[in-house]
Design a protein around this ligand. Structure first.
Ligand code: SAH
Length: 366
């Protein structure tokens, strides 16, 4: 009786451990791996690390969709790769076109949705990539943030936004802006990995100067980002030049206020020697008066930056209105006269709600 009891107990224990082991052992997208990760992987399985470069060439140059197509890789390695990874795809469920802009709605594996926007510039094609499903930053004027964050996107989910669209349009995308749904610095590690892969000469070969990350101002991550060895562009969503106003429209300001933010930006510039972009949406009667322009100039005086004025894209759900054309031009003039670099952002895709802050992850809005 006792022996029977002990046997049952051990079988139960064994099954529990086995079950947990299987549960943890999930096959991962190969697109989550940087070249360095794959080199380590091959070293761990006692293979030569140059194989990582071969795999990268198959994935990003030849764009194969199965491991079996990797004809210069030996069978045993292909079998091992098949056990550990998948070559996955992203599902486009809707595509809309406007003048010089296409919007793509992706359905992810867990049925959540994100959007990407492709813009045709004279200098090339630029893709606005989403970094999260939903967003927790709660900026009052932003449509994308009406849905709270459900989860972070993995590096592969960001990368596949690019690769899927490139395949559809049969053209290379030369510029990436991480300005779609989500706060990139709230998904920091995945963003860094994503940049590593798209910037790699054996990966998507997108030059660092052609990649822009936009943040609402997560100070510790700006400082961390400054230490990275990439020459990526940094854009800061400023939108207000005083704490009292910024507190009202961007809740992140209550955590990292303007003093902390500007201090981090200065450190970033010292460290990287790079110019920073300040994005400033013009909201009618909120932040677009002459006094606001002067405060903005004072705030950025002496900083190596340029200001991108963004005509607000109105949405059905939010009460903010776009500033009048004259107001926008006057605001621009005040800054220009102070010899600060300033542009008014060219508009794309407002007809198909593909403009900044209009991207959604919500099914009811599809
Ligand atoms: N979370 C990041 C990136 C996503 S938003 C950030 O805050 O920077 C990309 C840019 O679009 C930001 O500057 C954001 O403030 C701006 N934006 C949001 N809603 C907008 C709208 N309705 N019209 C114009 N720009 C908007």
């Amino acid at each position: 009786m006792l022996i029977k009891y002990i046997c049952v107990k051990y079988i139960y224990l064994f099954l529990t451990i086995w079950y947990n082991f299987i549960g943890c052992y999930k096959v991962e997208s190969i697109y989550n791996k940087s070249l360095g990760d794959l080199e380590k992987y091959f070293e761990n399985i006692k293979e030569k690390k140059y194989k990582a470069t071969q795999i990268f060439e198959w994935l990003y140059e030849k764009r194969v969709s199965s491991f079996d197509e990797m004809s210069n890789v030996k069978k045993s390695v292909i079998e091992k790769l098949k056990q550990d990874f998948i070559i996955d795809k992203l599902n486009v469920i809707k595509e809309e076109k406007d003048v010089e802009v296409n919007k793509y709605l992706f359905e992810l594996e867990d049925k959540t949705l994100v959007e990407s926007v492709l813009m045709m510039h004279d200098y090339g094609k630029s893709l606005c990539v989403s970094s999260q499903v939903g967003c927790n930053m709660g900026c009052k004027f932003c449509e994308s943030g009406r849905l709270k964050k459900i989860r972070n996107l993995s590096p592969s989910e960001m990368l596949l936004q690019i690769m899927t669209i490139e395949e559809k349009i049969n053209t290379r995308i030369s510029h990436i802006v991480i300005m779609g749904i989500g706060e990139p610095f709230d998904n920091y590690d995945n963003i860094v990995k994503f940049i590593e892969i798209i910037n790699n000469p054996k990966g998507l070969q997108i030059g660092a100067r052609h990649i822009t990350v936009s943040t609402c101002g997560i100070v510790p991550k700006i400082l961390e980002f400054a230490k990275l060895p990439y020459q990526v562009n940094l854009a800061i969503s400023l939108h207000a030049a005083t704490n009292s106003l910024r507190d009202k429209i961007m809740p992140i300001n209550k955590v990292y206020n303007l003093d902390m933010l500007m201090d981090a930006v200065k450190k970033y510039i010292n460290e990287t020697n790079r110019r920073v972009t300040f994005e400033y949406i013009l909201l009618d009667g909120v932040n677009d008066r002459k006094a606001d322009a002067i405060k903005l100039c004072d705030l950025v005086a002496g900083i190596n930056c340029y200001i991108n004025l963004i005509p607000y894209n109105e949405t059905n759900h939010l009460e903010f209105k776009r500033s009048k054309k004259d107001t926008i031009l006057n605001f621009y003039d005040i800054i220009k006269k102070r010899n600060i670099n300033v542009t008014i952002r060219r508009e794309f895709g407002s007809k198909i709600s593909a403009a900044c802050g209009q991207l959604r992850s919500k099914k009811e809005d599809v």
